[in-house]
Design a protein around this ligand. Structure first.
Ligand SMILES: Nc1ncnc2c1ncn2[C@@H]1O[C@H](COP(=O)(O)OP(=O)(O)O)[C@@H](O)[C@H]1O
Ligand SMILES: [Mg+2]
Length: 343
């Protein structure tokens, strides 16, 4: 059992930061979260990937003690989110807290207040505020009242505020949705730095590229259910087929090369129109080694060989039957609101 002080202790790597067991949440007749199981190791970045309305936010709200599950259970560093909610709250940070940030105060003042509330001394609070404003490129805007901040600036201040306590587990609900590419990259760097300094991060995203960039493991959720789980590489491998591309030095060898490819990979291949290139589907990328040996034994010289893994987009499409489009993500917040009102 972990001992917990006011600002939370940093648990050992390898512990479970999150264990969710058959979580369920219904909104009327709508089962928003449908028996979700998730296990997240401390010290990692875990991505929850899914389209708008999949149940990502509802799942996070249950894990963060903001919403009571209808069924199932969850533990944060071993502590039950319902029975030990007070302890869990000291171990986590959740973005989306700017409801409690004062609009008429400046960014610096807000961060200092948060720091003092968390028990930091006056000088330490000011130092922390300055450090975070620097980190989030908000130094120039630091003295302005919040009501003059853009959406992106607010998002960054919000994340900064949630990081004052440096909680062992940080939930980031679509941290980069609607941000410009530069700010998004900055956010990614910050998230990586957090994990390097010992935190665990669970983030939700509709961006496949974001999950690919950041996450050690990913759960794909669709209609309230986990439909796939694993490392990025495992998910790509589960869809199976990489694509092999082979160019050979001497075009008179093409037919022999093609026969070898088909025999080694047990598939049909294609030869490009110009005749120099062979392409073939490839289930296991490590068959490439055997293929290279066979080609060399046959005295065939290669000009080029590449194996292309499937993209996460292909994975997502295969699993859920729907595409996630980058430009839809921005509109999602709006349509989400409408859904909530209807629901
Ligand atoms: N407070 C709420 N009241 C009623 N329905 C809700 C509420 N929050 C979410 N929902 C519904 O639950 C489903 C999952 O929503 P949500 O968890 O917000 O998905 P995501 O975060 O993946 O977009 C949606 O159908 C949504 O309309
Ligand atoms: Mg959401």
């Amino acid at each position: 059992m972990n001992t917990v002080n006011k600002r939370g202790t940093t648990p050992n790597n390898g512990d479970w930061a999150i264990e969710a067991n058959e979580l369920v949440k219904n909104f009327g007749n709508n089962r928003a979260v449908d028996n979700v199981n998730l296990n997240v190791r401390a010290g990692t970045i875990y991505g929850v990937l899914g389209p708008n309305g999949a149940g990502k936010t509802t799942t996070i709200r249950m894990l963060a003690t903001l919403l009571r599950p209808d069924a199932g259970s969850a533990r944060i560093f071993g502590h039950d989110v319902v029975k030990e909610a007070q302890i869990v709250r000291q171990l986590i940070g959740v973005t989306g807290q700017y409801a409690s940030v004062d609009e008429s105060l400046s960014a610096t003042e807000n961060l200092v207040i948060f720091s003092r509330l968390l028990g930091l001394g006056r000088a330490e609070a000011r130092r922390k505020a300055e450090e975070l404003l620097e980190e989030f490129s908000l130094t120039e805007a630091a003295k302005r009242p919040l009501k003059n901040f853009s959406g992106g600036m607010r998002r960054r201040l919000d994340l900064a505020a949630s990081l004052i306590a440096q909680p062992p587990l940080i939930f980031l609900d679509e941290p980069t949705t609607g941000l410009d590419p530069r700010t998004r990259n900055q956010m990614w760097d910050t998230i990586r730095r957090l994990v390097k300094t010992g935190s665990t991060v669970m983030l939700t995203t509709q961006y496949l590229q974001e999950a690919d960039e950041l996450a050690d493991r990913i759960a794909v959720i669709d209609r309230g259910q986990v439909v796939a789980e694993g490392t990025v590489n495992e998910l790509k491998a589960s869809v199976g087929t990489s694509s092999l591309q082979l160019s050979i030095q001497n075009s008179k060898d093409i037919q022999v090369a093609r026969q070898i490819v088909e025999r080694m990979l047990q598939v049909q291949s294609n030869v490009s129109a110009e005749g120099g290139k062979i392409t073939a589907p490839m289930k296991e990328a490590d068959r490439a080694t055997d293929l290279l040996i066979a080609l060399r034994e046959a005295g065939i010289q290669l000009a080029e060989l590449s194996v292309q893994k499937p993209t996460l987009d292909e994975v997502f499409l295969t699993i859920t039957g729907q595409e996630v489009k980058e430009n839809e993500a921005k509109a999602s917040t709006e349509s989400h609101k409408t859904e909530e009102i209807r629901g």
